[in-house]
Design a protein around this ligand. Structure first.
Ligand SMILES: *[C@@H]1O[C@H](CO)[C@@H](O)[C@H](O)[C@H]1NC(C)=O
Ligand SMILES: *[C@@H]1O[C@H](CO)[C@@H](O)[C@H](O)[C@H]1NC(C)=O
Ligand SMILES: *[C@@H]1O[C@H](CO)[C@@H](O)[C@H](O)[C@H]1NC(C)=O
Ligand SMILES: *[C@@H]1O[C@H](CO)[C@@H](O)[C@H](O)[C@H]1NC(C)=O
Ligand SMILES: *[C@@H]1O[C@H](CO)[C@@H](O)[C@H](O)[C@H]1NC(C)=O
Ligand SMILES: *[C@@H]1O[C@H](CO)[C@@H](O)[C@H](O)[C@H]1NC(C)=O
Ligand SMILES: *[C@@H]1O[C@H](CO)[C@@H](O)[C@H](O)[C@H]1NC(C)=O
Ligand SMILES: *[C@@H]1O[C@H](CO)[C@@H](O)[C@H](O)[C@H]1NC(C)=O
Ligand SMILES: *[C@@H]1O[C@H](CO)[C@@H](O)[C@H](O)[C@H]1NC(C)=O
Ligand SMILES: *[C@@H]1O[C@H](CO)[C@@H](O)[C@H](O)[C@H]1NC(C)=O
Length: 882
């Protein structure tokens, strides 16, 4: 039986009066409109449009040619075009972390009399959204904002001059059109009707534009009755009250479309409501298939009530040709029916925006000095080819926001004092403000910018004296030449421009301060070493001195070798193998003590183990490199002839399975704790998949391999023994499998390959276990495998029937639903359709947030801030902060 990531969203009926449509939060910009005409209410929609002054400082205004006016809506009549500069950006005030529908309209209308089709790029912040190459088009995207501002940039790519006519931004409710990742680029939005009417605001509260679709082989169905439209999608009444069924009662209802490029993933949203009143002996029931593949069903639209079938994870169509079919089931007496359908392609925006503090700082510099440089628009650093001139940025690591490392504003006609904003440029290495008209004091905050290596303030009219803290700053080159009024206290100005010489002049003061500093430094260092804490990086002074890289490295400079132990040490640690903790496939695990106090778990590899010595060695080497707070740490190993042992940190609370089955104690893990455990396990697994090079496949994810320490922090275990390493460049593991039945990816049987998606499958099984607390395989069930069993029970009804009864209903049902859906996605038979672990981590965190926000007692074990320190050993400092 197939498993799917499509589900019917059924929302609790909340009777809410159809609100008078209001435009709260809408941004409706008529670009190029002259300010005296602003604002106005557009004729058909009643939307209030304003001019774009204040949103952009560049560009010229234009108007489409008279001949085109009758065919164009009022807001699109005028435009702003950009003959100057490469990138020109609108800056809109929005609310961060909000889902927005963003529309940009481009109508050329021969405004310049040149009659050439446009061709330029449209960016959302630093990321390419689309290329505009049609003379009349609206681009639409559903996007979650990261900041309180949104930049929409037009970028010249050839000779074509970019222009824009209308910009519209509509806030959406939070979970509407949710994706696993990425934003949604409009593909189509159609309602089934033989009319030619387009529907948008005020019918559609979100101002979505619905186009009618109809085929000759269909017959129209409409109703005059009210259709219940109370779902989060808030579909217009006029969209839901029409539908069609195939004329030929036996036929399928087909919708086809193509996707370019063919492999682009997409999401579809299919909206249904039964509009006919059915007789008692009538049934309308159908399956939904995509390219012949079953996705959901049998499904019956609800009488006069809206339901949406949506993809939970993105779909793909072979060759980019999609055919969606509604296929009548045998039981059905009526043909399938469709009301409306939308589809979007997924668009990823990988480029991060520049560090927010840096943006704040540089914006302040720009505003203070009134800098009107044409390139100073949009994101300061990225994309690199459009970065602001005078700036240099570091964006070599794409996983962190770019940072500004150099600012050159020499000879830029700056007036006034050195602005405070510069102190927000906390990664600056090079600052050149020379040859301006700057006045006032040299601010002390410059000394607080740790990373600064060069400051050039020469050729200004600065006054006061140079702050001592600046002079003392190690490794800093300071140039203050040519400031005639700068005070020469302490004989300072004798050696203008050379920080080192200056220091020698004020040596007595500095020396005493320096010696105190050294003493303090030494003390600090002493305590750091003494405590052996998980340092987040070397002390600040050290960072600053190192070749100017100010981003603190997460990795300790020296990875100390973990200890290698002799066999007699192992015997001593285990007190002659006295206390057995457990037996695994590869050997027995004993309790042990290192240094007589620190508890460890020692696995002695049995001679009969299929693991060869070579593999053992390779694994030890790899395990010593792998550090993550959600992976059981390797304390050491023993490699002495026949005697091979692995020494792990001790996990006081055993494994998850014991807790689920109640064999450990009679204490029931509550839903929040279960979620916390799987979130942490998922993080560990995500690290293996994404944080390790080469990628590691665990290959044996199961509840017995999720261990819990004293604080109930979850850590994955056994990741050393059950996987092998793919050669660089290979993406899968094809060696003999050591997985566990029930957890093993069904695709493996077909392909003989295990990928990281196989771990995702096994993880899905673990999720179902914490939800249901049922055995993974139970021959007494009609569907022995847990995934099939859950799938079957769910289609029949209530989620309560699968929930672990010992939870006594004490959980947030949104969070449970989400977890179930996620589990089913992970269990998709097709590995390509499973989410990756990063997505799983995000989704599970949302489940946890949802559960935690439910209020009520949060158990001790859930408390944040539990000790992250794994059992460290010797001089080892382990986990990589991730
Ligand atoms: C518009 O709707 C918002 C919330 O949707 C509400 O807070 C506001 O009061 C409404 N304004 C008017 C004028 O109805
Ligand atoms: C955007 O917000 C800033 C401050 O938050 C404000 O100064 C500015 O006027 C706003 N712009 C518009 C167009 O509302
Ligand atoms: C766009 O181009 C087509 C054909 O090239 C032309 O018929 C149409 O009038 C143009 N529309 C606009 C708004 O320029
Ligand atoms: C529909 O199918 C039934 C049985 O399969 C058949 O008897 C009937 O002729 C079909 N009707 C049409 C219109 O094709
Ligand atoms: C729908 O698609 C199926 C399969 O491709 C085809 O047999 C059928 O004729 C199509 N129906 C219509 C009405 O186009
Ligand atoms: C359904 O019942 C109606 C009367 O209520 C009858 O006329 C019709 O033939 C029945 N249809 C079927 C398929 O049994
Ligand atoms: C509809 O789907 C169900 C469940 O997968 C399947 O048993 C049935 O055969 C399908 N019916 C049709 C007509 O495809
Ligand atoms: C600085 O200001 C003076 C007078 O205010 C002016 O003459 C001079 O040109 C300015 N210099 C620069 C570099 O702007
Ligand atoms: C800029 O830096 C100052 C001093 O560090 C800080 O107080 C202020 O909050 C920063 N501003 C912003 C917007 O981050
Ligand atoms: C420099 O500043 C002083 C006062 O601070 C002023 O008298 C003088 O005119 C300024 N020089 C220039 C060139 O602006």
């Amino acid at each position: 039986m197939e498993r799917h990531c499509v589900f019917v969203t059924i929302f609790v009926l909340i009777l809410h009066l159809v609100q008078a449509q209001n435009q709260t939060g809408f941004i409706s910009v008529d670009c190029g409109l002259s300010p005296p005409e602003s604002p106005y209410n557009a004729p058909q929609t009643g939307l209030t449009y304003t001019s774009d002054t204040g949103l952009i400082n560049t560009g010229k205004t234009g108007r489409i040619a008279k001949d085109f006016e009758p065919f164009v809506d009022k807001p699109a009549l005028t435009m702003r075009y950009f003959p100057d500069g490469i990138r020109n950006c609108y800056n809109l005030n929005v609310t961060r972390d909000t889902n927005y529908l963003i529309k940009a309209t481009f109508v050329y209308g021969n405004y310049d009399g040149l009659n050439v089709d446009p061709n330029f790029d449209l960016y959302l912040g630093p990321n390419l959204w689309t290329t505009v190459s049609s003379n009349d088009t609206t681009e639409e995207i559903i996007h979650v904002t990261k900041f309180n501002s949104l930049q929409i940039c037009l970028v010249k790519t050839g000779i074509s001059i970019p222009f824009i006519n209308v910009l519209e931004v509509r806030p959406l409710k939070k979970n509407v059109y949710a994706t696993q990742s990425g934003s949604l680029k409009y593909l189509f939005r159609m309602y089934v009707s033989n009319s030619s009417r387009r529907i948008r605001f005020p019918d559609d509260v979100y101002d979505r534009k619905w186009y009618p679709i109809f085929q000759n082989s269909w017959t129209q169905v409409t109703t005059n009755l009210n259709v219940n439209i109370s779902t989060i999608y808030e579909l217009p009444q006029s969209v839901m009250s029409t539908a069609a069924t195939p004329l030929n009662a036996n036929a399928t209802l087909n919708i086809t479309w193509t996707i370019e490029p063919p492999t682009t993933p997409f999401y579809s949203y299919i909206h249904f409501a039964e509009l006919q009143s059915l007789r008692a002996n009538d049934t309308r029931e159908f399956n939904v298939t995509l390219n012949g593949e079953y996705t959901i069903g049998p499904y019956s639209p609800k009488p006069l009530k809206t339901e949406t079938i949506q993809d939970l994870s993105p779909e793909q169509c072979n060759g980019g040709a999609c055919i969606l079919q509604l296929v009548e089931t045998l039981k059905s007496t009526l043909p399938p029916l469709l009301n409306a359908i939308e589809a979007f392609t997924v668009i990823d925006f990988p480029q991060m925006e520049t560090n927010e503090d840096d943006v704040t700082g540089i914006n302040d510099v720009q505003n203070t000095y009134g800098l009107n440089r044409i390139s100073w628009q949009g994101d300061p650093c990225v994309p690199k080819q459009y970065s602001w001139d005078g700036l240099n940025c570091n964006n070599s690591d794409i996983s962190i926001p770019p940072i500004i490392i150099s600012l050159d504003l020499s000879s830029s006609g700056l007036n006034g004092v050195i602005t405070q904003g510069i102190q927000n440029l906390t990664h600056l290495q090079y600052l050149d403000l020379s040859d301006n008209n700057l006045t006032g004091d040299i601010p002390k905050f410059l000394a607080d910018i740790q990373s600064l290596l060069v400051i050039n303030l020469s050729g200004n009219n600065l006054t006061g004296s140079v702050p001592l803290s600046l002079l003392q700053k190690k490794g800093l080159k300071l140039n203050v030449e040519g400031n005639p009024h700068l005070l020469c206290t302490d004989g300072l100005c004798v050696n203008k421009g050379d920080g080192h010489k200056k220091k020698s002049i004020i040596a007595p003061v500095v020396a005493s301060i320096a010696s105190i500093a050294i003493l303090i430094g030494a003390l600090v260092l002493f305590f750091v070493l003494k405590k052996k804490t998980q340092s987040k990086g070397p002390p600040a002074a050290y960072v600053q001195a190192s070749n100017g890289r100010s981003r603190r490295s997460a990795e300790p400079a020296i990875v100390t070798k973990n200890k290698r132990f002799t066999y007699s040490e192992v015997m001593q640690m285990t007190n002659n193998f006295q206390r057995v903790l457990g037996k695994g496939g590869f050997g027995i695990v004993y309790h042990g003590l290192v240094n007589g106090t620190e508890q460890v778990a020692i696995k002695i590899l049995s001679h009969s183990s299929s693991q060869g010595y070579k593999q053992f060695k390779a694994e030890v080497e790899l395990l010593l490199r792998v550090h993550h707070k959600n992976l059981v740490g390797l304390v050491g190993y023993c490699d002495e002839g026949e005697n091979l042992a692995l020494i792990y940190e001790y996990m006081a609370n055993g494994d998850l399975k014991e807790h689920m089955s109640g064999t450990r104690n009679h204490f029931i893990l509550n839903w929040g704790t279960r979620l916390k455990i799987v979130v942490e396990s998922a993080q560990g697994l995500e690290y293996l998949h994404n944080g390790c090079k080469p990628l590691m496949v665990h290959r044996d994810i199961k509840t017995t391999n999720i261990l819990l320490n004293e604080q109930f922090d979850a850590k994955l275990a056994d990741f050393g023994l059950s996987r092998s390493f793919p050669i660089e460049g290979e993406t899968h593991v094809s060696t003999a499998v050591a997985g566990t039945p029930g957890y093993l990816d069904p695709e493996y049987y077909r392909t003989n390959w295990l990928t990281e998606k196989s771990d995702v499958y096994s993880f899905g099984v673990v999720l179902l276990e914490i939800i249901t607390n049922q055995p993974v395989i139970d021959p007494r069930r009609e569907k022995p495998h847990i995934a099939e069993w859950v799938g079957e029970v769910l289609t029949k009804g209530d989620i309560k029937n699968i929930m672990d009864p010992s939870l006594n209903g004490d959980y947030d049902s949104t969070s449970v639903w989400k977890a179930v859906e996620l589990a089913m996605c992970c269990l998709n038979p097709s590995s390509a359709r499973r989410p990756n672990m990063s997505q799983v981590v995000i989704e599970l965190n949302e489940c946890l947030t949802s559960e935690n926000s439910r209020g009520g007692a949060i158990r001790d074990m859930d408390s944040e801030g539990s000790i992250e320190v794994s059992l460290t050993f010797g001089t080892e400092v382990t986990p990589l902060a991730r």
